[in-house]
Write a protein that binds this ligand. Sequence first.
Ligand code: NCD
Length: 330
Amino acid sequence: MADIRVMREDLPPAQPPRRHLISIRDLTREDVERLLATARTFEHSLEREVKKLPTLRGRTVVNVFYESSTRTSSSFELAAKRLSADTMSIKAAGSAVDKGESLKDTVLTLGAYDPDVIVIRHPQIGAPQLVARYCSARVVNAGDGKHQHPTQALLDLYTIQQEVGRLEGVHVAVVGDVLHSRVARSLVQALDLVGARTTLVGPPPLLPRGIEQLGCETSSDIGAIRDADVVYVLRMQRERMQAGANYVPSLREYTARWGVTPERLRPGQKVMHPGPMNRGVEIDPAVADAADSLIQSQVRAGLVTRMAVLYDLLTHGPIPVPAEAALEVA
Ligand code: NCD
């Protein structure tokens, strides 16, 4: 009879559990600090003439986007490429999704290529969990309905830390259509995690009841933005609004009461926006283009933050902050 002890010893070492980034709730403060530090290291590596690192050579990252995207999809693709991973980008339009294929069947198909990471954006809450169930890749949520968009929150923290110099105690006012915003939900949780403060500002019908439980205050008075260090502007997300629902009397009225204009800001207040912007609606063009606008910094932060997320998920468990030299080792 076989000796069970010997058989156990013959087994390969247990695989560490698969890690995903589906919600800010998946992260501890320590995780966030490690990711931001890794992103900073990558930022230094991008200052060199040759921008590609061999870190993820031989790994495969698949981006699956069921909703429109410019910044998020391009930055994930470039992030994977800068780390030398193989990448594929599938958009719902022009793929078999157009022919009625379900998310499950698309995931089973892509899973056959053994990808290491699947990055998914989908209009339905919970789509990333479904991807995790039907394939063995690590999953990154690039936005599921109005639920979560964790890498946007991380890149926003990175931007604030770089431009304001700290996160602890910083006061951020998020203005606009909070009700339909996964960006707002992730950002409130992320700011709370690192000891920053959030006030959500907007028309009462666009401030979800009970959102204070996530760790923030709310106000329907645009004057509340004056106390903040950073004013974070959100778009009216009309494609996510229920048909026929009237959240504001008109866009013109919204702009008049809650639009972020130079007159409503204090000198030195920083302004952020996740994009896409509707200039002249939620944000005055003069604010978007001012020296205190961090919108372009956010886009740059998106690349290095997503490089850090891919790197972190593929190197099991909490890791020490990598020295630049260590990142060179494939
Ligand atoms: C946001 C999104 O898709 O949730 N955009 C983005 O990722 N940069 C915000 C929005 O669509 O308004």
